[in-house]
Design a protein. Sequence first.
Lengths: 511, 367, 322
Amino acid sequence: MTTAPAIELKGISKSFGPVHANKDISIRVMPGTIHGIIGENGAGKSTLMSILYGFYKADAGEIFISGQKTAIPDSQAAIAAGIGMVFQHFKLVENFTVLENVVLGAEDSGLLRPSLARARRELKALADEYELNVDPDAVVEDIGVGMQQRVEILKALYRRADILILDEPTGVLTPAEADHLFRILENLKREGKTIILITHKLREIMDATDTVSVMRRGEMTATVKTSETSPQKLAELMVGRKVLLQVEKAPAQVGKVILDVKNLNVTDEKGVHRVKEVNFNVRAGEILGIAGVSGNGQSELLEVLGGYEKGTGTITVNGQTIDLTGAKSDGRSRRERGIAHVPEDRQREGLIMDYHAWENVAFGYHHDPKYQRGMFMDNAAIKADTLEKMERFDVRPPDPRLAAKSFSGGNQQKIVLAREIERNPDLLLIGQPTRGVDIGAIEFIHQQIVALRDQGKAILLVSVELEEILALSDRIAVMFDGRIMGERLPQDTNEQELGMMMAGMNKGEAA
Amino acid sequence: MDAMPKWADVVLIPLISLILAATLSALVILAIGESPVEALNLMVKGALGSTYGWGYTLYYATNFIFTGLAVSIAFHARMFNIGGEGQAMVGGLGVALICLYIPWPHWSLALLGGTIAAALFGAAWAAIPAFLQAKRGSHIVITTIMFNFIAAAMLNYLLIGALKPKGSMEPATGKFPEATHLPSFQDMFSFGETALFRGAPANVSFFVAILACIAVWALIWKTKLGYEIRAFGHSDTAAKYAGISPTKIIMISMMISGGLAGMMAINNVQGEAERLVLNAVEGAGFIGIAVALMGRSHPFGVFLAALLFGFLYQGGAELALWTKIPREMIVVIQALVILFTGALDDMVRVPLERVFLALRRRKGGAA
Amino acid sequence: MDLSTILQVLDSTVRLATPLLLACLAGLFSERAGIFDIGLEGKMLAAAFLSAAVAYTSGSAWVGLGAGIFASLLLSGIHGLASITFRGNQLISGVAINFLAAGLTVVVAQSWFGQGGRTPQLAGSARFEPITLPFADALREVPVLGPIYYELISGHTALVYIALLFVPLTWWVLYRTRFGLRLRAVGENPAAVDTAGISVVWLRYMAVLICGVLCGIAGAYLATALQASFVKDMSAGRGYIALAALIFAKWRPWYALYACLLFGFLQAFALRPDVIQTVFGFKVNAQLLDVLPYILTVIILAGFVGKAVPPRAGGQPYVKER
């Protein structure tokens, strides 16, 4: 074989302060292939690709494009080298039209009109060629995420990219949209384009790629032909040891209904109807898992239950109605009703990153009489309480005076969990419990959730990780487009069926 | 782990910023043909060389403590209250009304009444921008700027109209009654023949300012409300999750802020002028911004920074008297302090963080 | 009230609206690129001083204009350094610049001219003279249209016409050129611009510098056209009114013109208590007219009359996310 690799990276290293995001990484990507890069959150995949796209500068290492050593100091150079990137969070100007977004940075001349006219013609050609239909005059903020992603791909193709990098492209897509995306990628591959697909989903790797590289903790652990490996092997390479996502748990001892939700509707500030006529209940001693692609109303559901989004309908906890609007619909009132909440985004919601651990342990419970002394807060008591909790939840380092931002993701999550679980709530709301958490902490967190269930508490679990839902839940509800598509028992269903429901299809329709 | 030890953040960075500002100011003085060393000498002598000088320095410092605390409180809730100037003006209006129209039996009660009126008026003036921010999302910086102008116009209107004594040509209220006059430092600290602070305007409000520092410190770091204000300032999304009402925090923190700015009036209106004049605030509301930035929004830091600016103000007045350097030089220094401690923070911080990181690495390497 | 009075008021409306318009367009460029600028006031003031000082020494208003622009650009540079390079707080930087200008102009004026912080009076070519447009004198006698042409349209200084030309020019740059597209994009989502291979820093500096040039013209107009010398604090809050006009105009060029004309009209009106009395039949307080722009802006900001949505990335320094 004499063809040079489309991309070859040699000895790439990159640190952010004391963190080694990439350590001496070398990889070869052959032209006309789909090359997967798989690894856990924080394994360094995105950093590596950002270096390739000139977004960051590597501390050391070389980049070869089609055999030529190429310096990529900025995105301009990457574009010139024929590299296009579709970021996980789209880089679109929301109040621009699709056309303006495509043209931005790739204008032909100082005047806009000729550029826009040419782009309009080319967009049409691209749309016909690759199933990439988008209305060029639509304003980006008015179109769906699937469409927005196509705009990103069009941007890259318009710039004559031969190499397309997609970072976690299916995170926001329904399975149907994801399938469409993979068809587009196949088309592109057939035209000779090289595609790098970054993901943490094993199934996508197995379905779509020709070759796969595995990253773990900033290092490249292996590159193998997809046809010669298996999901189990890849998983092992990803985490460095055999994973047991099967959580040990006894059959549920189900009691009375703790949470009952009837006809819940949520319309957000922008007037979008997020949750539509949702009905379900959670009983004492069971975990109800809510599966779904993110953005299908699960977040809003948790927010209403947690008291910081308004809704209509009836929600009872222990038989008593809770307010969904007005002064008594806030986090504090919810906590007083025995509802604890581990939010989906611990950095934006669950913790104050600049607060010390002890201040965070009081967070939301700072009205608790045992934290008060006269008119002041009893900071000493909070610190003592924090130290106890940190030790029980194995938070490392167990230092109440460290700022939350100084802890790793897993330890941050343990702090939130300790705060909420140790309150002995009747109902625990928990969203994305293990997002951005290392494997060791995942096991611990899962054990804590199951232990709480076994104490007879009701748990509502929301997760976009289907494996997690299947491993933990006693019952599974699937949300799509704000509705509950149906409920299943974990032993009676499988990933395929749930995947269909997550895409808005029930079994009957799918057949 | 933080890149820098806390003391570096709290002491070293403001200090370096201050040195930078001072150096540039010295260059300006050089450029207009004066000697910076001599200027500094004059300033020190004029501001700190006599009890008279101290009397002025502390008088100015009292103003700046109030306005500095006002800006600090708002900063803790991550709000930028540029409206201290207007709030202090309206606070002055409150003091004037209460001194003119209520017959106070004793200065202590008048001080109490004045303080409450000043705080209430200042708070009320801050409440409108706060409400618009909380409920309508109007940018607080812009609205508070607008409210400064509106306050000035309102005061102007009242002082050439309803509040002006008959027959007077000056845009000012009449003299406040004797019973509302606050004891000056001269009254308090002169014994027998030795008159200290003679003729200087520093008065009992200075101690109210110190009390305010302590109260703000306790509020911010020891109470639930302070905890909530800081939490909201760090992360409004997390605050919402925890059940902390954004509306409540914006309203309360801005009203405390406005109240503190308004309280300045017990010093300059009730304590010094003993009547309300146009432009009584003289920019002290804006100096509060520099003081809060310099003092890292901590009451003790604010206290020190206010003393520094009090010194600059009095020293600057002396300069204008004895040299060709006009009083506006202080405004230049104030601008440079705001620039370096506020806007160019990273210029100092980033290199310093690198130094500390390198130091730590070397230590780590040796171990 | 007769035509000539109306024309007098409208004529001073144009003259008073000119500095507002220039400053407002200056702010428009900066804020459309995502850099908030409350330092318009300071830049105008600095430009007013230096233009007057240099016009006085050189005897040329045009040289003075250049100096004014230079002074304003220096402050723009500081603002750029603070808010773009060092990612500082743009509002605080703006406040600092306003004070810097307020202080330095007086300190330097005192040192140079020793007249209590002002410049000597400008005369002759050191000042921008009114330009009489073609046929203005000839057409003067034509009923109605003649006086309108002669009084209102003709007879302003060059800077007034330049300011008015900047309105269509700004519109054209913003909506019809590559630079404008990129400028608007960087104020909405700098990451989109960055990943498209365009330098965010360069674009934002360009915007800040254009802002400096326009503020420079505005300041020079104050000292060498509207008035005939620099006096302490002569910008008198115009930078803030321009900011108000910018919000009023919702960051759009043509609306900026209308807003500035409105605010200029209020100022012109406030200067003529006699006219006010005839129009309303009673005395309207001049302070009320002075603060009306601020009150109107607060009302607009409050969203009671159409919501003003600023550029989305406004005020935030651009940091590549990890």
